[in-house]
Design a binder for this molecule. Structure first.
Ligand SMILES: C[S@@+](CC[C@H](N)C(=O)[O-])C[C@H]1O[C@@H](n2cnc3c(N)ncnc32)[C@H](O)[C@@H]1O
Length: 237
């Protein structure tokens, strides 16, 4: 799963025993060599789907990490792009990757923007928010968008019960429940807490109208269904 430039098992364990913010600070220099960075296939498919919804002026990448989503915004936004993350280490890497982007250190549960953006994206980060924290996240994105603005989130479709991924994700989440029951600070990262119906409900409650498109270029499950979907949440005029 990891290239030779990626983190060692020991480094990953130290990260997992830290808070989310500190964990990412530690992982930042090697993050792009891990499978946790959103893969290019998903970035390309997201950019293609968004190109059909655009053009957009200003874009925001929520939980930008080292800047994977900023590369999508660069392709579909005609004006400035901004990344927000609470890890200073990840933002430092994002700065190297895209020196022209505006980078803001802030907690995504209290986004410091009002009506500034035409497009917001978030990739690979929803598992870091407990379901009870999603309203604050989604309300902040809604506030950050201008009327008519779009919030786009690529999400994986649940793996079938017969697939190894299903059981690997379940095992990971159970290990996290145990870890967080006995250790402080918690490291909030769960694979299975953000299914599409719950996201649709929370986005609607935050004021969005919600649509989905399959990202079939990312691949299909054996039954032919798309492995990845793009959630398109529109702030009404
Ligand atoms: C798995 S990484 C994903 C990074 C990038 N979006 C990508 O797709 O490669 C998750 C990122 O979310 C950030 N993050 C997690 N919780 C956050 C919060 N409450 N506020 C801001 N950033 C947060 C972490 O610091 C980390 O950079």
């Amino acid at each position: 799963m990891f290239s030779p430039q990626g983190p060692s098992l020991r480094e990953l364990c130290v990260q997992a025993l830290s808070s989310v913010e500190r964990g990412y600070d530690l992982l930042a220099p090697k993050f792009d060599h891990t499978p946790f960075r959103t893969p290019d296939t998903i970035l390309d498919a997201t950019a293609q789907a968004l190109a059909e919804q655009g053009p957009f002026d200003r874009g925001l990448d929520v939980c930008c990490g080292t800047g994977a989503g900023l590369t999508v915004l660069r392709r579909v936004c005609e004006q400035g792009i901004t990344g927000v993350d609470f890890s200073a280490g990840m933002l430092e890497q994002a700065r190297r990757a895209d020196p022209q982007a505006t980078l803001v250190r802030a907690d995504a549960r209290a986004l410091p923007f009002t009506g500034d953006f035409d497009l917001a994206v978030t990739l690979g980060a929803l598992g870091h928010f407990l379901p009870a924290e999603r309203p604050a996240l989604f309300e902040g994105v809604h506030r950050a968008l201008r009327p008519g603005g779009l919030f786009a989130l690529p999400i994986g479709a649940p793996a079938p019960l017969t697939s190894l991924w299903h059981w690997a994700e379940l095992g990971f989440d159970l290990a996290m429940v145990v870890r967080n029951a006995v250790l402080r600070p918690p490291f909030v990262m769960y694979y299975r807490t953000a299914p599409l119906p719950a996201l649709r409900r929370d986005l609607t409650a935050a004021g969005f109208t919600v649509d989905t498109v399959p990202l079939t270029a990312v691949g299909r499950h054996r039954d032919g269904s798309a492995r990845c979907w793009l959630v398109l949440a529109r702030k009404p005029y």
